[in-house]
Design a protein around this ligand. Structure first.
Ligand SMILES: [Zn+2]
Length: 293
């Protein structure tokens, strides 16, 4: 399987895969969803307290229950690049401990959050999560505005949150990709020059000269052609006249994979990690088959 990045922007990517088939691309898609690990907040310890300060009673309560706050924290993208964290169950330090005791600098990032409410309301944001340890694991600026809860005078929140690596197959908070899909790469084919005039007469983007020897192969131009063809499709006034003047033809063995990253890792890193995981899994299967056969 050959790959070529055709579009990469912020957290979204489109990759052209060549010399492959639908099943293999789908295996890669499934690997990204379920088997490519990333960091996410997994354990939170809320401190319960009631204190009095200058006549005001501060209580660890808020409008949102702790369970929902925990869920919201789990969905915040935690930086998962720049250091190799171990899965807690594979961590050289903690693997032998019982699950609740696991956690060390090699397998977790710890955040602390202490915020007091204000009379007009104080939104507790992702930026209030203070990382204990390496500052490069602070919540990235673009996600700092994610609201966790809102507190008023007399309300406070105080917790320690621990993030560790996990798999999307166990919980969606560990899934690094969103909106992942793939489709066959297509070429545009001009079948009937006379009927195609219906499209040219509409004065849209694609012109007859875009076809070289009756075909359009460039991915961006084909994308545009697909949009233009919606104006002359079977359900439009021009459908009958236009018929199959221009058709789209699947290119054998070529697929376009597109997805977004949740922000914890770059889409490129997710692709590299997933291909590595998938190929090592396939190697294991062939090694097993060699033994059996
Ligand atoms: Zn550990």
């Amino acid at each position: 399987m050959d790959s070529e990045i055709i579009e990469e922007e912020n957290h979204s990517i489109r990759i052209l895969l060549k010399g492959t088939d639908r099943a293999s691309v789908n295996a890669l898609r499934r690997t990204m969803i379920a088997d490519t690990p990333k960091m996410a907040i997994h354990r939170i310890r809320f401190t319960q307290s009631t204190t009095e300060e200058d006549g005001v009673v501060w209580e660890s309560v808020g409008p949102i229950p702790d369970e929902i706050v925990s869920h919201r924290l789990a969905m915040i993208p935690i930086p998962s690049e720049g250091a190799e964290f171990h899965l807690p169950e594979e961590c050289p330090e903690c693997a032998d401990m019982v699950e609740s005791q696991r956690g060390c600098p090699m397998c977790e990032i710890i955040y602390r959050c202490t915020v007091k409410g204000e009379p007009e309301g104080r939104a507790v944001k992702a930026r209030d999560l203070e990382v204990l340890g390496d500052l490069k694991f602070s919540i990235p600026e673009e996600f700092q505005d994610i609201t966790i809860t809102k507190l008023y005078a007399g309300q406070l929140i105080d917790f320690i949150a621990r993030a560790n690596k996990g798999h999307g197959r166990d919980h969606v908070k560990w899934q690094p990709v969103a909106g992942i899909t793939f489709y066959a790469r297509q070429h545009g084919v001009l079948n009937d020059k006379k009927a195609a005039k219906v499209l040219w007469n509409l004065g849209l983007t694609i012109k007859e000269k875009d076809f070289k020897n009756g075909r359009i192969e460039d991915i961006a131009v084909v994308d545009q052609l697909k949009k233009d063809l919606l104006h002359v499709g079977p359900s439009t006034d021009h459908g009958r006249e236009f018929a199959d003047a221009i058709t789209l033809e699947d290119v054998p063995g070529e697929f376009i994979l597109q997805y977004e990253s949740d922000g914890a890792m770059s889409p490129r890193t997710i692709f590299e990690n997933a291909t590595e995981i998938l190929s090592s899994r396939l190697d294991n299967i062939s090694a097993d088959l060699d033994i059996v056969l």
